[in-house]
Design a protein. Structure first.
Length: 254
């Protein structure tokens, strides 16, 4: 039985995460204070740990790092951080070396589940902070190069895929890893219907998250469309897949 420890001060969120992550093979436990987490980590073994970095007393991960000797050296225990959307972890900071992944608030529980199952499937984690490495793979048949400084402007949208900065009518929009992968594939193949199965495989490969299925894809499409207010651009071809519709485009690239 896999055991996940969720260190989260928000009781309702912790309960929802426990329910979502518990199944026949995995049991999720939660605690709401750093003291309780330190005690549990010293007395029990967990196969994965999820830590919210926002606690009344300070940074959750930093406090656990200081409270539990050898915590970050637990090479077989992946750690996923929950962080504010404007505070992505810095891989250069020694304290975050070895973190397996992170997710920014607000987040989809389905996306967090995908990250959790991806870590279980990977087995031993790599010691590097892979989650914040920018993906550079270009999809087969892509019509635009995204390597190097590349900005795509579509009406009120500006997508900078190199620096991972996105805006709508001058307002910045935060996109998670899956949303960025999806957007890039849609924009690269504008006017072309991308089949669901092919998109799932692309997201798995480019985001390095193995637990992505068509249900998660549909949720990511919905979230991306809402964040970008792009219902006139991101179209669903029912039973087939999705596309970025050329009919609305006034596209120019720089």
């Amino acid at each position: 039985m896999n055991k996940i420890l969720i260190i989260e001060a928000d009781f309702e969120l912790a309960e929802r995460l426990c329910m979502a992550l518990t199944d026949n093979e995995t049991h999720a436990f939660s605690c709401g204070t750093i003291e309780a987490a330190a005690a549990l980590l010293e007395s029990e073994q967990y196969q994965q740990i999820i830590i919210d970095t926002e606690f009344p007393e300070g940074n959750g991960y930093g406090l656990i790092y200081e409270s539990v000797p050898g915590f970050c050296e637990s090479a077989d225990v992946p750690v996923i951080l929950i962080v504010p959307n404007d505070k992505k972890p810095d891989a250069a900071e020694p304290r975050v070396q070895g973190i397996a992944d992170y997710i920014t608030k607000p987040f989809s529980i389905s996306v967090l589940k995908a990250k959790v199952w991806t870590q279980f499937n990977r087995g031993k984690r790599n010691s590097s902070f892979r989650a914040i490495s920018r993906f550079e793979a270009i999809g087969a048949g892509s019509r635009k190069s995204i390597i190097g400084e590349h900005i795509v402007e579509i009406d009120d949208y500006i997508f900078n895929f190199d620096t991972e900065e996105y805006s709508v009518a001058g307002k910045k929009v935060q996109l998670n890893t899956l949303e960025q992968c999806l957007l890039r594939n849609l924009v690269e193949n504008e006017g072309i219907v991308l089949k669901k199965k092919a998109l799932v495989e692309k997201l798995r490969t480019e985001s390095r998250m193995v637990y992505v299925d068509e249900a998660i894809l549909a949720e990511v499409v919905h979230m991306l469309s809402n964040k970008l207010d792009a219902c006139n651009y991101i179209k669903t071809v029912y039973g087939i897949g999705y596309l970025w519709d050329l009919a609305e485009d006034k596209n120019k690239s720089s």
